[in-house]
Design a protein around this ligand. Structure first.
Ligand code: AMP
Ligand code: MG
Length: 415
């Protein structure tokens, strides 16, 4: 059986990024992955401009300026933001200027209006500023011709502001992976169906759809399939034709009705992983199908059906694969942080153990609070608000409250 680390390397080794570029707009760029380095032909700021409301001046005119000995300049222009100054300042002249407005030729310094006194067409400068004060010089923040954003970045709101600023409104991004989600099990019903004895609501399809979407991929929800081998074969054969990745849950264990591995073999998939030494989530099937409609092989993840196992397997193994598939830059794997456990934690046992709970930051240190209630892989109720999984290595002794533990971050950390 592979260790978690070996399984992760094996999985990342078979994933080939989809590198089909397409173009998106600024309003749809959030979380898309940049397909090229962005290089602009514009400097930023585009031109010298004022950082304050005040007066644009020539620094050399202010020599000896002091509150007891103010210097008086002629106001020869008014330059609101968005206009182009029409004249050059010469000796003894100032221009009324506003934040963001272009500096006139000749000016090199801005005096904030609080340091001046207006006298009709003239202005008294009361305090001598530093040379170049309150000027945002052309190209001070970015020089044309240099990369501003790099290929493989996941675009965030600040990146989108940058793209707008450099007038990149047709943004080259990779197409989103299409991920088909399939639940298997005779016992599964939809949330709005009446529950009969022995049945369970198919929660995995919704959790997995949300996880896939949060990773930036496109979800294709398939109809659940019962535990009939022929039906499963037909569903998987259909799924791989229309998706870059297929995620199924259920049917990968050793029970008589667990047909996923058999069906994958019948369909000539190459099996890479059958099980991983982790708890929860030991049964995990990872396979590839030869390329169907794209140059990349189709990836298949057969997750265990237990709701917690399915989620943990997604976080630990599917999400990194999906990130790499999308064309994201590495690292693709989860973030692990060191945290102080607020409660005692049980010993690690014969498999790497993941305990769910809440990760928070207190006085600059991560803290982990294990979820109360049963840590059974069938108990999804105490998964509520999980944002961290404490990882106990193989045979690790139990931990006391206050000791340090590695925590895999799976959501936003609370303060
Ligand atoms: P399996 O992996 O098929 O042996 O299923 C393991 C456990 O997970 C069983 O108790 C199933 O009823 C449950 N299970 C399987 N699929 C789902 C699902 N889609 N949603 C919720 N529970 C499930
Ligand atoms: Mg089953």
């Amino acid at each position: 059986m592979l260790s978690a680390h070996q399984a992760e390397s094996m999985i990342l080794g078979v994933v080939q990024p989809l590198i089909d570029p397409e173009v998106t707009s600024l309003l749809h760029a959030q979380q898309r992955i940049l397909a090229q380095d962005i290089v602009s032909s514009l400097d930023f700021p585009y031109w010298d401009n004022s950082a304050m409301d005040g007066y644009a001046v020539r620094y050399q005119d202010l020599k000896g300026c002091h509150p007891d000995q103010p210097i008086t300049l002629d106001i020869v222009a008014e330059i609101p933001a968005g206009t182009c100054p029409q004249r050059e300042l010469t000796a003894g002249q100032a221009a009324r200027i506003f934040t963001g407005a272009m500096l006139p030729e000749g000016a090199d310094t801005v005096v904030m209006q609080e340091q001046t006194q207006r006298l009709g067409d003239r202005v008294q400068i009361l305090t001598c500023p530093q040379s170049g004060a309150f000027v945002r010089p052309k190209g001070a923040y970015y020089q044309a011709g240099t990369p501003v954003l790099a290929q493989g970045m996941v675009l965030t709101p600040p990146d989108i502001a940058i793209l707008a600023t450099v007038q990149c409104s047709e943004i080259p991004v990779y197409r989103r992976p299409k991920v088909a989600i399939l639940s298997t099990g005779n016992e599964l019903i939809a949330p709005d169906q009446p529950l009969q004895p022995g049945q369970i609501v198919d929660s995995n399809r919704y959790a997995l759809a949300a996880l896939v979407e949060a990773t930036g991929a496109e979800v294709r929800l398939l109809d659940p399939v019962g535990d009939q081998q022929a039906d499963l074969r037909a569903a998987i054969a259909e799924a791989i034709r229309s998706a870059d990745m297929v995620i199924s849950s259920g049917g990968v264990s050793v029970g008589d009705y667990d047909y996923v591995d058999q069906v994958l073999a019948e369909l000539k998939a190459e099996l890479h992983v059958r099980s991983v030494a982790v708890k929860p989530g030991k049964p995990l099937t990872v396979a590839t199908f030869p390329p169907q409609n794209t140059p990349q092989p189709v990836l298949y993840f057969g997750l265990p059906g237990n709701p917690v196992s399915a989620l943990v397997s997604f976080w630990r193994f599917v999400q990194p694969a999906l990130r790499k598939l999308s064309g994201q830059r590495s690292p693709w794997g989860p973030t692990f942080v060191e945290a102080r456990t607020q409660h005692p934690l049980p010993a690690g046992g014969s498999r790497e153990t993941y305990l769910w709970g809440q990760l928070s930051l207190k006085a600059g240190r991560y803290e982990f609070a294990i979820a109360g209630g049963s840590h059974s892989s069938g108990n999804l109720i105490n998964l509520a608000q999980t944002n961290g999984l404490a990882v106990l290595p193989l045979d690790h002794p139990a931990l006391e409250a206050g000791e340090t533990v590695q925590v895999m971050q799976v959501g936003t950390v609370t303060l």
